[in-house]
Design a protein around this ligand. Structure first.
Ligand code: PMP
Length: 429
């Protein structure tokens, strides 16, 4: 495939945008080469500036469960845009989407809309600190919760891809309040609790991480965290920015039947527009301004365009629960097909999957936490795999520390095309 115009556009972009991109992982720095510039998208496909059609497994990093330019979402947006794009006042739409989210997600009474996943997680932690009167937080190596200061301590996604787990600009003062645990390892959490008795406000986690590839929790891990949090008066925050409304209508809380105290959302809840949200039971949410003392705000928060797109998306997901079985079956089909293709070519690998999230790691050892994900990524095979797939018209995330997202728009023939591409690429791995 030819990517000439994309390379030209990238050269122009680099003159006026740092690194040519507005979010680092898009620059292909980890895998090498120039990023693909996309012109438009429909359903399962991206169409780039050189006229190539690509089968998309990123789907805007997760939100597009129903595929690109999904008609009901586009119709809702167009209708809404004609009536004005932002008022900075309350609108009925905000209550409608909040009502629906509260019905779909277990264990929450109220939800506050923000503009990104970063804002959602940052605000959730402030709320937890304000509510508990404590300052320290526990996060897990390899979990990404956006780019606010407290979280840039061994984060996943672009933050590890770029080797800046502790970004300059994050003060020592902030860093010292973030304690690092190991995913799938309760003992590591217990040790931090023992060493910081009575000081920990909350524990934030991607309950099923997607930012070190997809890593399913070991049996009992999330339940164990719930018990540790209860026993030590620590608020449990599930960052469901990727998993919310994706792994089940009610996210991981519903799918794995573990309750969090605060839940963060992003992406999906805006149907592809810039939205995030955080939610909890009344007692906690009423600690927020203007009712309570914890301040949090946003000029464009809950703006009508984002709410209209999000509502159209959530309505369809709530009415068509069969979508969840369908995307899971597609993911299983892809898993089996890729496994067969890699095995047939003696490529050492591990495939992780839960629901419609899946990732391929080039190591024999199980990938269960950040260290094992990093070990699998260190042999350079992922980069060859990525470029091989791209040459075959398959677009996966340009980093070994990401998950693939399966959408309802992908057909079985798209999946077969992908499996055939994997078989092709496997011959050279
Ligand atoms: N949490 C998780 C789990 C995420 O995957 C992301 C983004 N990939 C974020 C938070 C941050 O969201 P945003 O990029 O919208 O700020």
């Amino acid at each position: 495939m030819i990517y000439k115009r994309s390379s030209e556009l990238f050269a122009s972009a680099q003159k006026v945008i740092p690194g040519g991109v507005n979010s680092p992982v898009r620059a292909f720095k980890a895998v090498g080469g120039d990023p693909v510039f996309i012109k438009e998208a429909k359903g399962a496909y991206l169409y780039d500036e050189d006229g190539n059609q690509l089968v998309d497994y990123i789907n805007s990093w997760g939100p597009l469960i129903l595929g690109h330019a999904h008609q009901p979402v586009i119709d809702a947006l167009v209708e809404r845009a004609k009536k004005g794009t932002s008022f900075g006042t309350p609108t009925e739409l905000e209550t409608k989407i909040a009502d629906l989210a509260v019905q779909m997600v277990p264990n929450i009474d109220k939800i506050r809309m923000v503009n990104s996943g970063t804002e959602a997680c940052m605000s959730a932690v402030r709320l937890a600190r304000g509510f508990s009167g404590k300052e320290k937080i526990i996060k897990f190596a390899g979990c990404y919760h956006g780019h606010s200061d407290s979280f840039l301590i061994q984060a996943g996604s672009g933050a590890v891809t770029f080797g800046t787990p502790n970004s300059p600009g994050v003060t020592q003062g902030t860093a010292k309040d973030t304690l690092l645990a190991t995913y799938n390892n309760l003992e590591s959490v217990q040790q931090l609790i023992d060493a910081n008795k009575g000081e920990i406000a909350c524990l934030i986690i991607e309950p099923v991480p997607g930012n070190m590839g997809c890593i399913p929790p070991k049996e009992g891990f999330l339940e164990g965290l719930r018990e540790l949090c209860d026993a030590n008066d620590i608020l449990l925050i599930f960052d469901e920015v990727m998993t919310g409304f994706r792994l089940a209508q009610g996210g991981v809380q519903q799918r794995l039947d573990v309750n969090a105290d605060i839940v963060c959302f992003g992406k999906v809840i805006g149907g592809g527009l810039p939205v995030g949200a955080f939610a909890a039971r009344n007692e906690i949410m009423d600690y927020l301004a203007p009712v309570g003392p914890v301040y949090q705000a946003g000029t464009l928060s809950g703006n009508p365009l984002a709410m209209a797109a999000g509502l159209a998306m959530l309505e369809e997901l709530s009415e068509r629960s069969e979508i969840y079985d369908s995307i899971e079956e597609k993911t299983e089909y892809l898993h089996k097909g890729m496994e067969k293709a890699l095995k047939a070519n003696d490529v050492v690998h591990t495939i992780n999957r839960m629901g419609s999230m899946i990732s391929v790691h080039f190591a024999e050892e199980p990938v269960v936490n950040f260290d094992s994900a990093a070990a699998a990524a260190s042999n350079g095979k992922f980069n060859k795999f990525f470029h091989g797939l791209l040459e075959n018209g398959i677009y996966i995330a340009p980093s070994a520390f990401e998950t693939w997202f399966i959408t309802e728009a992908l057909s079985y023939s798209d999946l077969d095309k992908t499996i055939a591409a994997v078989e092709n690429v496997a011959k050279d791995l």
